[in-house]
Design a protein around this ligand. Structure first.
Ligand code: SAM
Length: 292
């Protein structure tokens, strides 16, 4: 009779990866690693040098519970309560969109513009801040900038406030519950307005993975029949609230890029700049500048 192989970290990862793959989990190995690192209380990278180690019973019990919840359809970020964004751990709950890697391009572009225009002390609005991912990452990288982070959802703002505190930037981000800039009186003008608004079209929404469609807030995703229900009024408001020469950066999905470009061109006071593509070559961030 052969003795069963011990449950080492390597074996737990292999078994769980296969189990997730059978259940149609999109990134089975990555999810297995994130959950085991969380159960073990270590960074994911630390698993790579511990494949032969046998986790204690408590760690294994914690891991088993996390695996069960993930296999039951909860997004891995909800199971562990955070998602990494711009190398920062952002707390997430079902009240906020789980920050996506694509959105890092919005942050990178804004930081580039701050440098190019030599405006380290810029006054910035982040509209639809959700978990606060964009505002917090920008505040971390631009230590003299001040931000107003806006959301229609008070529950999302509470998560964003927590993330700002966790990363030590709460003193430079003001959180405001508002429909776009409607309830934001002060400041009157911004040097930059950035936004990752809801931009999924009604048709696209129906075809999204249930894990996204059913477990992330509709308010964060639903851009209406053409995907521009929030973007259209946002353009008009931004044109009136940017300082002359101020910049507007909006994340979009490739399917609505042309439509948004035409809308920018039709907005008095805004001059459109070339759309920025992501690493996959998809149109991802539209840009405009407020004419003087
Ligand atoms: C796509 S999520 C982006 C969240 C976060 N900025 C990120 O990139 O991960 C869009 C956010 O916009 C908010 N939102 C939707 N409509 C809004 C409106 N009219 N005014 C303010 N916020 C709005 C939603 O509550 C949601 O938090």
């Amino acid at each position: 009779m052969t003795e069963e192989a011990p449950w080492t970290i390597g074996r737990l990862l292999t078994w769980t990866t296969d189990y997730f793959a059978e259940r149609g989990v999109e990134s089975p190995r990555l999810d297995a690693e994130v959950l085991l690192a969380h159960a073990r209380g270590c960074p994911r990278i630390a698993l790579y040098t511990a494949f032969e180690e046998k986790p204690d019973d408590e760690t294994r019990a914690r891991f088993k519970d996390l695996v069960r919840r993930r296999a039951g359809g909860s997004p891995v970020a909800h199971v562990v309560g955070y998602r990494e964004f711009y190398s920062l751990e952002m707390s997430v709950t079902p009240d906020v969109l789980i920050p996506r890697p694509e959105t890092e391009l919005l942050v990178v572009t804004l930081l580039d513009r701050l440098k190019e225009r030599e405006q380290p002390e810029a006054v910035i609005a982040d509209i639809g801040t959700g978990s606060g991912a964009v505002a917090v990452a920008v505040a971390k990288q631009a230590p003299k900038a001040s931000l107003t982070a806006i959301d229609k959802s008070p529950a999302a703002l509470a998560v964003a406030q927590r993330n700002a505190e966790k990363h030590g930037v709460a003193d430079r981000i003001r959180f405001v519950e508002s429909d776009l800039l409607g309830a934001v009186q002060d400041p009157v003008r911004f040097d930059f307005i950035v936004s990752n608004p809801p931009y999924v079209t009604t048709n696209e929404l129906a075809g999204l993975e249930p894990e996204v469609r059913d477990q992330e807030p509709r308010l964060a995703l639903d851009g209406g029949p053409e995907g521009v229900t929030v973007i259209e009024p946002l353009l008009a408001q931004a044109a009136g609230r940017l300082a002359p020469g101020g910049g507007l950066l909006i994340e979009i999905g490739p399917s609505i890029a042309e439509r948004v470009e035409r809308l920018i061109e039709a907005t008095p006071g805004l001059g459109r700049r070339p759309t920025i593509k992501d690493l996959a070559g998809h149109a991802r961030v539209v840009e405009a500048v407020r004419s003087a």
